[in-house]
Design a protein around this ligand. Structure first.
Ligand code: HEM
Length: 149
């Protein structure tokens, strides 16, 4: 198993990075949609329906599959011999950050349910602030995995 994972390492890493790009695109864009949804669109009109459709498709067609494939290929990389040294700091900073990134994904999914029910209480400013969260995590993750401190 170890030898096989080492053989396919370039494939696993390429697919991991492609998945990460798709996931991050959604994690940056969905809160922006929420900002416009709150500040410009409101609820109970035709544009509200249009935004709900865009938000549903972004989450279900792009973000959920790409989160799953990021985790899948990431865990295959963890199992590949010689890549992760658990006595170093970087696997722990990266691990904590990807768990928080996954929490943020779930948080966005719950907010979407509130838009559907018309019960959203968060302001556009709050969504703008939450938009910074994946940026900070992305910086920690990339520096962890590339600098390997
Ligand atoms: C979701 C769970 C994740 C797991 C289990 C995971 C695990 C890993 C592992 C073990 C490596 C191999 C490191 C090496 O080749 O030495 C790797 C590479 C990489 N990961 Fe992740 N990762 C995850 C999510 C992410 C996320 C969310 C990002 C970006 C925001 C990311 C960005 C990268 C990059 C850019 C590389 C290539 C680094 C290099 O080759 O120097 N990963 N990942």
């Amino acid at each position: 198993m170890g030898a096989f994972l080492a053989d396919i390492y370039p494939w696993t890493k390429s697919l991991h990075i492609v998945s990460v790009i798709a996931w991050m695109a959604g994690l940056f864009y969905l809160p922006r949609l929420y900002v416009y949804h709150v500040e410009v669109v409101g609820s109970g009109n035709a544009t509200d329906d249009l935004f709900q459709t865009m938000e549903r498709r972004l989450l279900k067609a792009i973000m959920n599959p790409s989160m799953i494939s990021t985790w899948l290929f990431g865990l295959l990389l963890v199992m590949t011999p010689g890549l992760v040294d658990w006595t170093m700091i970087w696997p722990w900073t990266k691990g904590l950050s990807v768990i928080l990134m996954t929490w943020f994904h779930m948080w966005l999914a719950v907010r979407r349910k509130e838009f559907i029910a018309g019960t959203n209480t968060l302001t556009g400013r709050r969504y703008r602030m939450m938009n910074e969260f994946p940026t900070i995590l992305m910086l920690i993750i990339v520096f962890s995995v590339v600098m390997k401190f």
